[in-house]
Design a protein around this ligand. Structure first.
Ligand SMILES: *Cc1c(COP(=O)(O)O)cnc(C)c1O
Length: 347
C-alpha cells in the first residue's frame, strides 16, 4: 500500500476542548464543517459528543451524515440554500441560520418546532448576514415562526488580530443591536475565544482550535500529523535537470529523494523550495510541485534511505510556519487533504 498517511490523535480533540473551556464559561458549538477541517466529521463527533453543546456545518449532506452519531443540535451555518431544504431541516431537526430575508419565506409550510432559528447580523464584516436595518424586520418575522428558540449571532472579521480595531467595533455593534433581547447570543470563533473575552456571550463556535491547527501559543495541541515514505533515491550529476520543464538544475553532484505525496494529496502547489526536515536535519525541496511526488535534495547525505518516513508536519510542528512558507493558512492545509490519503486514527 502507498504510505501516505494523516495520523489523527483523537484524544487531543477533547484536550483542546478542555483548554477552550478554561478560557470561557460559554457553551461550546464544535464547528465540524468541511469534514471537520479534513479530519472526518463522523470520527470527531463520536469522540467529542459529551463535551459540546452542538455542532455546525455548511451543507445538508454533512448535517445528515453526523445526525447518525449525535442527537445534539446541528446548525446549518449558511441556513438553507433553497426553500425546499426546510423539509430536511424539519425531518432531521436541524438548526438553521437566517442570513438573508429570502430565507424567511414560506416557513409556515414546515414544522420547525424542533429547530433553533439563528439570525445572523452583519456587524461589519460585510460577508453573510442581515444588515442592521433589516434585522428588526427579520426578527419580527422570525417571532411568528414556531421554532424551539431564536438565537442571535454574528462573526468577527479579524479575530486572530488582537490589535485590530475592527474587533472592538464589531463587538460594540453586536451589543448595541442585541442588548434589548433576551435571546441567547453567539459571536466568537476560535480567535475571539482567546483574544476577546467580552465577545463570548452564550455559545462560542470554535473550529481550528479544536483541531489544534492554530493558537498553539494559547495551549492548543496539534491533532494531526501528515507523513509519507521515500519511494526512490537517485544520484544526480552536476548540471542535470530535474523534474517538469527542467526547472531545477543541479549545481553540484547530489542525491535526490522522491517522497510519495503531492498536490493530488492536497498539498498546495508551490514554486519556491520548501524546507522539510527528515530526522533532525533540514532539507530543501527541488523543482516544480508534482501531483504525486515531492522531490528533496539530500545533498551528500547517505544516511537516508528508501522506506524512511518524511513528516510534512508532525504532532509537534506549528502548522503556521509551514503554511507561511506555502503562502497559505493552516485551515486550508487541513481542509484540503484529499481522500486518497490514508487516515489512521489513534486513541
Ligand atoms: C468556520 C466558522 C467558525 C469557526 O472558525 P474557526 O476560526 O475555525 O474557529 C465559526 N463561525 C462561523 C460562522 C464560521 O463560518
Amino acid at each position: 500500500m502507498r504510505k501516505t498517511e494523516l495520523k489523527i490523535k483523537l484524544s487531543n480533540l477533547t484536550k483542546n476542548i478542555d483548554l477552550i473551556k478554561s478560557f470561557t464559561d460559554a457553551r461550546i458549538q464544535a464547528v465540524v464543517k468541511a469534514n471537520s477541517y479534513g479530519i472526518s466529521a463522523s470520527e470527531v463527533v463520536k469522540n467529542i459528543n459529551d463535551h459540546v453543546e452542538s455542532y455546525s456545518v455548511i451543507t445538508l449532506d454533512e448535517a445528515i451524515e453526523i445526525r447518525k452519531f449525535t442527537e445534539k443540535p446541528i446548525l446549518l451555518l449558511q441556513g438553507v440554500h433553497e426553500i425546499e431544504d426546510y423539509k430536511l431541516v424539519s425531518e432531521f431537526r436541524f438548526d438553521f441560520v437566517i442570513h438573508s430575508m429570502w430565507q424567511l419565506e414560506k416557513l409556515e409550510n414546515f414544522d420547525l418546532s424542533q429547530s433553533r432559528l439563528w439570525i445572523k447580523i452583519n456587524t461589519g464584516m460585510n460577508r453573510l448576514g442581515l444588515d442592521p436595518i433589516d434585522f428588526q424586520q427579520a426578527l419580527n418575522k422570525a417571532k411568528e415562526v414556531n421554532v424551539a428558540e431564536i438565537i442571535l449571532m454574528s462573526h468577527l472579521a479579524s479575530s486572530s488580530e488582537v490589535n485590530d480595531d475592527m474587533n472592538k467595533k464589531q463587538i460594540k455593534k453586536f451589543i448595541e443591536l442585541t442588548k434589548n433581547y433576551n435571546y441567547k447570543k453567539s459571536l466568537s470563533n476560535s480567535g475571539a475565544i482567546f483574544n476577546f473575552p467580552d465577545a463570548h456571550f452564550d455559545i462560542v463556535r470554535p473550529g481550528i482550535a479544536i483541531y489544534g491547527g492554530k493558537y498553539n501559543e494559547f495551549g492548543t495541541i496539534p491533532v494531526t500529523s501528515l507523513r509519507s515514505k521515500i519511494i526512490s533515491i537517485r544520484e544526480i550529476k552536476s548540471g542535470s535537470k530535474v523534474g517538469y520543464d527542467g526547472s531545477w538544475i543541479a549545481s553540484e553532484d547530489c542525491i535526490i529523494a522522491y517522497v510519495g505525496i503531492g498536490y493530488g494529496d492536497g498539498l498546495p502547489y508551490f514554486k519556491t523550495p520548501l524546507t522539510i526536515s527528515i530526522g533532525k536535519k533540514n532539507f530543501q525541496t527541488i523543482g516544480r510541485s508534482n501531483m504525486d511526488l515531492l522531490m528533496i535534495n539530500l545533498g551528500q547525505n547517505r544516511d537516508i534511505a528508501v522506506g524512511d518516513w518524511v513528516d510534512i508536519w508532525g504532532f509537534n510542528s506549528d502548522l503556521k510556519s509551514l503554511s507561511d512558507q506555502l503562502n497559505t493558512i493552516s485551515y486550508s492545509l487541513l481542509a484540503n487533504i484529499s481522500s486518497r490519503v490514508t487516515k489512521n486514527y489513534l486513541e
